[in-house]
Design a protein around this ligand. Structure first.
Ligand code: ADP
Length: 260
């Protein structure tokens, strides 16, 4: 009887613990959802006054075009309103797409062409910085179910970082690699690299490596958090490897089968 009683008691304790932890988690889950909603609502509400500030400062710039002393402060307002607008949009994106995708937003995308269409605008940007941008794709078509707007944001953020944290004469490679069960996209740069101590945190919100080197790039530290969230909502993963002074590789893996 003892041999039966012990596993039964342990099982009961385990079950009670599991039920209690589920109940204990409920208020935490609720307050997290409230925080998400607050972030989404606040970002949304900030957009109209921000666009009013931007438009008025731009009008002010035109009206005061022959008043040199008004130009610098008005230009500052325009720049700050623009970067705050980008920040607010990113916060809104993070809060809205937390862990779910609208089924109607999913499209069957042929990645070969999808990526190819993004390349030209970045080639212009790269060349302006003295960088070379290459796109490599396999002969076979690789298709995934994804939200095109969100996936474009992933690739654009990674390519933009690969150019931003690079140096003249360097290169950026965008690669689509066939892999059983997965579509693998790599963004490889020959840039400044990321120190090993920072690597575990670079997908955290607002995390920026050594603000001194990042400050002039004008980012907010939200880009990679958004990238990771979008990739994970599609059932995928993102990995990074990097060597300081040599460059970084970001690898995105997306499931070939539709993800629920
Ligand atoms: P940011 O807006 O600062 O670019 P991200 O979330 O996109 O924010 O990136 C976080 C930090 O990771 C950046 O501030 C930068 O220091 C580092 N980082 C991102 N991508 C690269 C890269 N390709 N090479 C070197 N450092 C990078």
């Amino acid at each position: 009887a003892l041999t039966l009683a012990v596993p039964l008691a342990l099982g009961l304790i385990g079950l009670t613990g599991w039920l209690l932890s589920g109940i204990a988690m409920q208020p935490i889950r609720r307050s997290y959802q409230q925080l998400q909603r607050f972030t989404a609502d606040a970002s949304h509400e900030l957009r109209s006054p921000l666009s009013a500030i931007l438009t008025n400062a731009q009008v002010g710039l035109m009206l005061a075009s022959d008043e040199a002393r008004f130009q610098p402060p008005l230009e500052n307002i325009v720049d700050s309103a623009k970067s705050m607008g980008a920040l607010v949009n990113n916060l809104l994106l993070l809060a809205r797409h937390q862990g779910r995708l609208a089924p109607e937003s999913l499209k069957l995308l042929t990645l070969n062409q999808f990526l190819e269409a993004i390349v030209p605008q970045f080639r212009v940007l790269a060349e302006a910085q003295g960088l070379q941008l290459n796109y490599e794709q396999p002969e076979q078509a690789i298709q995934v179910w994804a939200d095109p707007d969100l996936l474009r944001q992933v690739i654009e953020n990674l390519l933009s970082n690969a150019c931003k944290y690079n140096s003249t004469g360097g290169s950026v490679r965008l690669q689509l690699v066939p892999h059983p069960g997965w579509a693998v996209v790599q963004v490889i740069d020959t840039g400044i690299g990321i120190p090993a101590v920072d690597l575990p945190y670079i997908f955290d919100r607002f995390y920026r490596v050594d603000t001194a080197r990042s400050l002039d790039s004008g980012g907010s530290g939200l880009g990679l958090a958004i990238v990771q969230q979008i990739v994970q909502t599609h059932g995928g993963q993102i990995y990074v490897t990097s060597t300081v002074g040599q460059g970084s590789t970001f690898q995105v893996e997306l499931p070939l089968k539709p993800y629920q």
